[in-house]
Design a protein around this ligand. Structure first.
Ligand code: ADP
Length: 536
């Protein structure tokens, strides 16, 4: 299968969060299963230096020319190979859009021209596909930044010779970020205003690029089965539960995997002593001592060390940590916080480190090496998220024998098995989790983790259960292939129907499904469907 993946970031070229990890690891895993994969990302020069193992890029002779609103924007295209695989990476090099201090904004403020930047990038994806003759069976785009891609595939690309049956898949990594822009930005897309309607690109009066991707893609995925269910409810759907429910038959939740070439305690170049499941006790003890020493905490093997590596935002549960700080610090425990985000959390955690230097170390900023050292050196990883589409750090923790303490939402619920009597007896317990987003419930689990830490045999079992499970991309990549196949078969069916010159009946071929949706081949809705709310 020929697959093109479009993302706004991918390691080792750029990274602000989990999307970058996924956008590199999934293509590699698909390549390993024999598929032909290309990855298209923007080129952010600020990431060019200081990253180890960054593949070299070459400049291609292709000069992009893309219409964005009433401007023509030019760009160079660079090319590289992802390391240790055959995946070709195309980097769109447009300095006025992408050569900036931040990726999406600075000082906690989004760039004002984000709509223009990513409309440009989405159109560039189509031009690269055409120019380099990639002929994809599937174009897989991710999050709002490339939410326009499925629209362009449906409305424009399928008119191009040889690309008429290209299927599209869209993955939601976080419903909280939707790419909502004022309605006049619709003109930047170059699309007909007929698509600016409540079932396609408009939401509460705004242009919404996440919704656009959801509405137009042949198949929609998100990054865990639990999150796929959650986002169809008002509580977690961030205003888009309606459109998601309308696509329930085309929506799949696939838990992310881990790139075990990067996150592997037996080969990790950043940690003090590599270890395996057989040497976890000695290895972690050495990593813990080195981490405590490096961060100026008392080097004490007996004290439980809690760590966190994250964006410091409400989503990640820092309000629970803030509310519980006094009780947490009353315990004989140490804490390491690494991250950046909302200034009130940064300030609070910095103050705690200043007032409790024997117990707390806070590092504000992004530090890849330290993030590996925290995973290897800590005993417990804190991730009490308010919501969590998938979460990667709890899986890194499980691989490193660091027991996660999480709220059971989204991907955390799909990866962490709470250590209660039954799960321990069944040999599946690997962490601690709690359902309600309340500080008293969080503290209860914190205390359970602390006391279970003293019970070494049970603790070893938790570590082993986490380390034994296969967290690699193999299984998830196979599930993506199934989704791609489904998208392709929907496209073939739509093409057959469109030859009958009527609105395309996109009927789900599953016999046990009554899923049914209707659109014209160019992605527009039949006139009556557009005007009648009853058809929502
Ligand atoms: P997000 O919602 O931010 O995408 P994920 O858990 O899915 O959360 O992924 C976050 C990724 O970013 C992980 O690889 C994590 O290790 C990394 N990360 C987050 N903050 C930092 C930081 N301050 N320093 C280093 N890595 C970080």
């Amino acid at each position: 299968m020929r697959i093109v993946i479009a993302s706004s970031e991918a390691v080792p070229f750029s990274k602000t969060g989990g999307l970058a990890d996924v956008a590199a690891a999934l293509p590699k895993a698909l390549d390993q299963s024999g598929h032909d994969v290309s990855l298209i990302i923007p080129h952010y020069p600020q990431f060019d230096s200081g990253r180890p193992n960054r593949p070299t890029t070459e400049t291609t002779s292709f000069c992009l020319r893309v219409a964005v609103g009433n401007k023509i924007v030019n760009a160079r295209v660079l090319r590289a190979k992802l390391s240790r695989c055959r995946v070709t990476v195309y980097l769109v090099d447009q300095s006025s859009y992408f050569d900036r201090q931040g990726v999406y904004g600075e000082d906690n403020l989004d760039y004002q021209d984000n709509c223009e930047r990513f409309v440009f990038f989405s159109r560039a994806v189509l031009e690269i596909i055409q120019h380099f003759n990639l002929k994809p069976d599937v174009v897989h785009s991710n999050d709002w930044q490339t939410g326009l891609v499925p629209v362009l595939v449906a409305v424009e690309m399928r008119r191009r010779p040889g690309l008429d049956q290209t299927a599209s898949v869209f993955t939601i990594h976080n419903m909280a970020f939707q790419g909502r822009f004022w309605h006049w930005d619709m003109h930047l897309t170059g699309l007909d205003w007929k698509y600016f309607n409540w079932r396609q690109m408009e939401s509460f009066g705004y242009l919404n690029l996440l919704k656009s991707g959801i509405a137009f893609a042949d198949m929609v995925t998100t990054v865990s089965p639990t999150y796929a269910r959650e986002i169809q409810t008002p509580e977690y759907g961030c205003g888009l539960h309606g459109v998601l429910s309308s696509r329930t038959c085309d929506l799949r939740g696939i838990l992310n995997g881990v790139d075990t070439e990067i996150w592997n305690p037996s080969t990790d170049p950043y940690i003090a002593k590599p270890y395996t499941i057989d040497t976890v006790e000695l290895g972690k003890a050495a990593c813990k001592a080195a981490l405590q020493k490096q961060l100026g905490l008392p080097v004490r093997p007996d004290v439980p060390l809690f760590g966190s590596v994250s964006r410091m935002t409400g989503q990640k549960g820092y309000s629970l940590i803030a509310q519980s700080a006094n009780v947490l610090l009353d315990q004989d425990a140490q804490f390491i916080f690494l991250g950046s985000g909302e200034s009130h959390y940064e300030d609070l955690l910095t103050d705690l480190a200043a007032s409790h230097p024997q117990q707390v170390s806070t590092t504000i900023g992004y530090n890849e090496k330290l993030s590996h050292q925290v995973e290897a050196g800590c005993d417990v990883f804190l991730m009490p998220s308010e919501f969590e589409p998938c979460g990667l750090n709890q899986m890194y923790s499980l691989i490193y024998g660091t027991v996660p303490l999480v709220r059971s939402v989204g991907g955390l619920a799909d990866s962490v098995v709470n250590a209660d009597d039954q799960s321990i007896a069944r040999g599946v317990a690997n962490g601690f989790s709690f359902p309600e987003f309340r500080s008293d419930v969080f503290l209860e689990q914190f205390c359970r983790a602390r006391s279970m830490y003293a019970d070494k045999p049970t603790w070893r079992k938790l570590q082993q259960n986490g380390m034994l499970r296969d967290w690699s991309w193999k299984k998830s990549a196979a599930e993506y292939i199934q989704v791609y196949e489904k998208a392709i078969s929907k496209r073939q069916l739509a093409a057959e129907c469109s030859r009958g010159k009527s609105p395309v009946e996109l009927t789900n071929r599953d016999t046990n499904s009554d899923c049914h949706s209707t659109s014209f081949a160019d992605g527009s809705l039949p006139w009556k469907t557009r005007l009648s709310p009853r058809n929502a």
